[in-house]
Design a protein around this ligand. Structure first.
Ligand code: TYM
Length: 335
């Protein structure tokens, strides 16, 4: 029997991934690639919708993300690794899906809604508005069974499922309706300085983010300076102790321990000892990733070659779906 299909992607919107991307996405990807026919995309077209998009830094960020996927353990022999803009079917399917997406339903997508509320709808682009539809096209093009992501992508995967079901009921069964998969630990990592906000590339300050490519000494310092809570007890309680709870989540996601075991380990030991242990665990996990990424970046031609192989395979699979979609909606086949 053939393996079920998996699709996921990350935007090349900074030079380095952060710990949230790593624990929310890459750790699950690495584990799942043995049991799934996996497609891991670098979603560069999505990155164009960021206000901070810089054409000069995008090529390096794209290659850098490929290197980080590989350094985190994505194996090109097992999985398909490629760049979204190298497979034009993504934008072609987006157009078709646009024609069945409600204006209201797209307006309710949190990213567009939040940015509209903060900066005014007038200042948003059609690209940002359409972002979730492009994401649905990414997933549906490969007939993915499962989409492993952090929990901030839940609404997008829900829209994808709705569009697949709507298309299938209007035009015939073309799409697999995909399932969301979030990790048990690490589905939402919070900012170290503001532990009630998600760790995010767009944070105002760098001090709350752990970048995969930070020097180990910087990572250590950021964890030792992480905001903790009043009291001295290491106990998981999101309401009362968001800072400590976030560090516990990071610690257990990396060590594989249960929260109860971690609480017992640090009982009566205070925050200093606890933070040192978290820093040791994070540095031990990320240092090899950083070293390997830097090695891979020494050979950009090899990275480009791997991405070309991935794009070729992805384009073949995507073409099959796009053909079925065009036929289903009644576009005259080209001779
Ligand atoms: P992006 O690039 O913002 O994030 C990439 C992945 O990292 C996860 N993530 C987190 N997980 C835990 N804690 C956090 N603080 C945290 N921050 C980010 C995200 O959930 C995601 O899994 N729209 C997507 C990219 C995309 C995509 C797709 C994903 C485009 N097409 C198709 C899956 C399938 C995004 O912006 O992710």
């Amino acid at each position: 029997m053939s393996k079920p299909r998996l699709f996921s992607g990350i935007q090349p919107s900074s030079d380095s991934l952060h710990l949230g991307n790593y624990l929310g996405a890459l750790v699950q990807w690495r584990a799942m690639q043995n049991d799934y026919d996996a497609f891991f995309c670098i979603v560069d077209l999505h990155a164009l919708t960021n206000a901070a998009h810089d054409p000069k830094s995008l090529p390096a960020a794209t290659r850098g993300l490929a290197a980080q996927y590989l350094a985190c353990g994505i194996e090109p022999g097992k999985s398909t690794l490629y760049v979204q803009s190298h497979v034009p079917a993504h934008t072609e399917l987006t157009w078709i899906l646009n024609t069945i997406t409600g204006f209201g339903e797209a307006s309710r997508m949190t990213q567009f809604k939040d940015k509209s509320q903060r900066f005014g709808t007038e200042n948003q682009t059609v690209g940002l508005f359409d972002y979730p539809v492009l994401m649905a096209a990414d997933i549906l093009l490969y007939q993915a069974d499962v989409v492993p992501v952090g929990d901030d992508q839940t609404q997008h995967v829900e829209l994808t499922r709705n569009l697949a079901e709507r298309f299938n009921s209007r035009f015939g069964e073309v799409f697999t309706v995909p399932k969301l998969q979030t990790p048990e630990e690490g589905a939402r990592i919070y900012d170290l300085q503001e532990p009630t906000s998600k760790m995010s590339k767009s944070a105002a300050s760098d001090a709350g983010l752990i970048w995969l490519l930070d020097e180990p000494s910087v990572t250590r310092k950021k964890i030792m300076r992480a905001v903790t809570d009043t009291g001295s007890e290491v106990r998981f309680d999101r309401g009362e102790k968001p800072g400590v709870s976030n560090l516990l989540e990071i610690y257990t996601a990396i060590t594989g321990q249960t929260v109860a075991a971690a609480e017992a380990e640090f009982a009566g030991r205070g925050y200093g000892d606890f933070k040192r242990a978290v820093a040791d665990a994070v540095v031990a996990e990320l240092e090899p990733v950083r070293t390997r990424t830097l090695e891979l970046l020494d050979d950009p031609a090899e990275l480009d070659r791997l991405l070309a192989v991935g794009a070729e395979h992805a384009a073949e699979v995507a073409a099959g779906t796009l053909k079925a979609v065009y036929d289903a909606v009644g576009l005259l086949p080209r001779r």
